[in-house]
Design a protein. Structure first.
Length: 39
């Protein structure tokens, strides 16, 4: 089972998505899978 993302990383991802960045761009920038952003 993969390790959970840190709370800090989650918040940064949410902020980036709310700013209008695509899931693909955020996942690539943060080094996480795109499906992680869908959970």
């Amino acid at each position: 089972m993969p390790a959970a993302c840190s709370l800090d990383l989650r918040q940064k991802a949410i902020t980036a998505l709310e700013a209008g960045h695509s899931k693909a761009a955020v996942s690539q920038l943060m080094g996480i899978s795109r499906t992680t952003l869908s959970d």
